[in-house]
Design a protein around this ligand. Structure first.
Ligand SMILES: [Zn+2]
Length: 103
């Protein structure tokens, strides 16, 4: 159940290259800054680096994994990637039925 505010984020964005991960991080940061989404804090997160640090330009871990929540409708989003072997990952809504487009 996505809403007007987060519908632009309801896409499956494939991350295959470092610059695509960097771009995804920037888009997520903009949406955090304007209050569209909030980070779901997870004490047993697989990432050592906080998202805030990443957004400031810090280098990511071998495994990137963050979750976010639309502040209007509660849609859950996931940013995840495996960077060490370069197999990549995705930005995507956790609910597959919310994916409007594959990018
Ligand atoms: Zn929403």
């Amino acid at each position: 159940m996505s809403c007007e505010k987060c519908k632009d984020l309801c896409v499956r964005f494939a991350i295959r290259q470092p610059h695509e991960l960097r771009r995804a991080i920037q888009i997520v940061k903009q949406n955090l800054d304007d209050g569209t989404i909030t980070e779901v804090s997870n004490s047993d997160s697989i990432s050592q680096v906080t998202f805030a640090a990443l957004a400031k330009g810090e280098q990511w871990d071998d495994i990137v994994g963050y979750r976010f929540l639309c502040s209007s409708c509660g849609e859950l989003f996931s940013l995840h990637a495996e960077t060490y072997h370069g197999s990549g990952g995705y930005w995507e809504p956790e609910n597959r039925e919310s994916v409007r487009e594959n990018l």
